[in-house]
Design a binder for this molecule. Sequence first.
Ligand code: ATP
Ligand code: MG
Ligand code: MG
Length: 370
Amino acid sequence: AQHTRRHHPVQEGEVFNTRYQVLHKLGCGTFATVWLCQDMRKKKQVAVKVLKSREGFAETAQDEVAFLRCVSCMKKKDLAGENIVCLLDDFRMIGENGFHVCLVFEVLGPSIRCLMGNYTAQGLPLPFVKKSLQQVLAGLHFLHKCCRIIHADIKPENILLCGCSKRLQRLLMDTLDCDQGTELRLKAAGGDLGNQLEESDLMSIEVKIADLGSACWTYKPFSKEIQTQPYRALEVLLGLDYGTPADIWSTACLAFEMATGERLFDPQPGKYFSRDDDHVACIIELLGRIPPEIVFSWNKSTKFFSRPGALLRLSRLFPRSLPDILADRHGWTPREAAAFAAFLLPALHYAPERRASAAQSLRHAWIAAP
Ligand code: ATP
Ligand code: MG
Ligand code: MG
């Protein structure tokens, strides 16, 4: 029912809710477009997320408001959670395509995806990767423990920069373009933002977790498919129960991608197998055989496995270890590779209950070391 999901057509200069005047588009996703607006009452700029109309979407949006309100409430109580985007206001708007729920946020900078897409193929400087991962993990710890929320869509697009230096802002403005009002993109392919970036530009940056549009409560039963494919945890892929550990899996994928410039898992469909089949195969190639007691304790596993350990549609696997990939493909020294792998592997544990928590990951030597 793709055609029933509609964006609200927005004109620059238009005023939302008699208060927010549209300046230009900041970004868009599957469920919404986000606009830079002037808050005419408070005389400051804000980001307004206009959700697509459609009954199902309106419901999701109501949830998004509920999650964000819970975050705001717990922020005040716990004096933590500064790494989660802040909801300032929300309202509803009737347009030609029906009802749209609108969320008003503080204005943040471009996403990690945007920064990476325009950086070198080698990934981002490690001190920056560690610093931003610390903030993502601190944000997740707050979401998981204080708010009892699973974010369920951790990926580079949903981690936004804030506190860019004036120099970096100018650099980003010069190199990036609001390409046809869609996403921030490089003006010319292969632009040289990477060469112009200095480590100090990145060191002053903070990051915030955005987009609670796919989130769910840890204590409520839920059945919807969560997460964006390459970042999807094994248990979600197999259709099993999931919880906060699913966010940690995605964070490990994010960490690898930030550090290397390449996706940890980049599953593709083939002639005789689906993207999910390939995804399970990629996981096994990297992390080893899934123990039969795990595979067969799970009901949907017959979709992928013919007998313990054997995939239904993919027979030839090419095992490769994480340290080898880091050394061979990305030129890391064995020592660096081993240290990073030691951080990632506990976050990719097959059994969700044995996977490292956000707090445990934060205490890991790799991330704590500058
Ligand atoms: P998804 O497809 O990931 O579910 P979505 O439709 O739920 O996305 P968001 O991720 O909330 O929408 O926002 C889409 C994009 O808009 C972000 O990736 C980001 O580039 C931009 N954006 C969102 N919020 C802000 C903000 N507060 N300040 C600046 N830009 C923002
Ligand atoms: Mg998003
Ligand atoms: Mg979303």
